[in-house]
Design a protein around this ligand. Structure first.
Ligand SMILES: Cc1cc2nc3c(=O)[nH]c(=O)nc-3n(C[C@H](O)[C@H](O)[C@H](O)COP(=O)(O)OP(=O)(O)OC[C@H]3O[C@@H](n4cnc5c(N)ncnc54)[C@H](O)[C@@H]3O)c2cc1C
Length: 156
């Protein structure tokens, strides 16, 4: 990354982990930047289910409403072998008084990322794309990161 670009924490990767980490760090007042080598967010569905604990985390940040608008609540998962149900989980019947989310939220990973990207943009934080981190060096005081632009050769 450019030598004049400094931050408290550099998040490498704008998947759900990096986006949530960046959001939480910003929430705590940390100056954060996010890089991703991909030119655009993933479009594949990939992770498709959000569990109660993750929903609690989003709720603690006031983001659960935006998520639930994009997904479908389900209370039950069934497992099949050769067409026969061999078992399952019924979340609404579980004795779980410590969570308000007695269901799963079916939501594609791409939609989860969109919610986080939008929430970050409202804080003035944007993912810098087409930038690949190639190396880093760490000492007791700081970390220096080497990165290259995948579409701008003069980036250094
Ligand atoms: C094909 C597939 C199907 C899946 N299906 C499911 C499913 O059905 N259910 C489920 O729960 N999970 C599923 N997963 C797993 C789920 O997608 C992962 O758990 C989730 O993506 C992890 O999030 P993450 O943010 O840690 O990593 P990722 O989503 O992989 O994001 C990492 C990001 O870091 C960026 N990056 C990596 N290295 C660099 C670098 N050097 N410089 C800059 N950027 C970099 C990448 O471009 C990427 O955007 C699936 C995964 C795959 C690949």
């Amino acid at each position: 990354m450019q030598s004049n670009q400094e931050c408290d924490v550099l998040v490498i990767g704008a998947g759900p982990t990096g986006l949530m980490a960046a959001y939480l760090l910003n929430h705590l007042g940390v100056n954060v930047k996010i890089l991703d080598k991909n030119s655009e967010p993933a479009k594949e569905s990939r992770a498709a289910i959000m569990s109660p604990r993750s929903l609690e985390l989003f709720a603690s940040l006031g983001l659960d409403g935006k998520l639930s608008k994009r997904g479908i609540n389900t209370t039950e998962i069934n497992f099949f072998v050769s067409g026969d149900v061999i078992g399952g989980v019924q979340y609404d019947k579980a004795h779980a008084p410590d969570t308000p989310f007695r269901h799963l939220l079916m939501i594609p990973q791409s939609a989860t990322e969109e919610v986080l990207v939008e929430a970050l943009s409202e804080k003035g934080i944007y993912v810098e794309r087409n930038v690949e981190v190639t190396n880093f060096e760490q000492n007791e005081e700081s970390v220096s990161v080497e990165a290259k632009s995948l579409n701008n050769p003069s980036y250094g």
